[in-house]
Ligand binder design. Structure first.
Ligand code: SF4
Ligand code: SF4
Length: 194
């Protein structure tokens, strides 16, 4: 009988000890948040999804070269002397058409190495960190603002211009070859000593 009451006492006592911890935590401010209803406050330099402002991109390839996992792919085409690509927001004249600017964000390790060398600060980390996808292909971000047709036109025009220039150079070189070289002027015979 004594053991019976002793067991009841121990049970109630151990419950009270457990509840003491529980009640104690009721009055301590919570360290967790109700994500996703409540969004966490991000640190100032958090690295999340990348974004490229193509209006400011000059196609210098610095970001592509800096990426340690080769997840940035850029292609550029030289503009023609008659093209006006405008300027960046800092007033820098744009000279290259950017015909491809892809970032495979599935490969990205968020190191931020592409952000620092950008001379126009147009590639940057955003505050977006929720961008999971069911289809992996949706993680290949394409930032080019030109349409497919515009890209084709730019490439065709550039190729034609290159061809024209090459033909002009070849014609100039051929002209130089066919122009007869004038014979050297006749030298007077040397005067014999008398
Ligand atoms: S953050 Fe790093 S891994 Fe991601 S694209 Fe930039 S350089 Fe490449
Ligand atoms: S470094 Fe900046 S300007 Fe140069 S290609 Fe990359 S995003 Fe464009």
């Amino acid at each position: 009988m004594r053991k019976y009451f002793s067991d009841i006492y121990k049970t109630i006592w151990s419950i009270l000890i457990g509840m003491r911890v529980t009640f104690g935590h009721l009055f301590i401010p919570a360290v967790t948040i109700q994500y996703p209803d409540v969004k966490p406050k991000l640190p100032e330099r958090a690295r999340n999804r990348l974004y490229v402002n193509m209006d400011d991109c000059i196609g210098c390839l610095q970001c592509e070269m800096a990426c340690p996992v080769n997840c940035i792919e850029i292609e550029t085409v030289k503009s023609l002397p008659t093209d006006d690509l405008g300027t960046t927001s800092s007033g820098q004249k744009k000279k290259l058409w950017v015909t491809k600017f892809d970032i495979d964000i599935a490969k990205c390790c968020f190191c931020g190495l592409c952000v620092y060398p950008c001379p126009t600060e147009c590639i940057k980390m955003t505050e977006v960190y929720e961008f999971s996808e069911f289809d992996r292909n949706n993680l290949l971000y394409n930032f080019v603002t030109l349409t497919k047709e515009e890209v084709e036109t730019v490439k065709t025009k550039a190729a034609e211009y290159e061809k024209e220039q090459a033909a002009k150079k070849a014609a100039a070189a051929a002209q130089v070859k066919t122009t007869p070289v004038a014979p050297p002027a006749q030298q007077p015979p040397p005067v014999q000593p008398s």
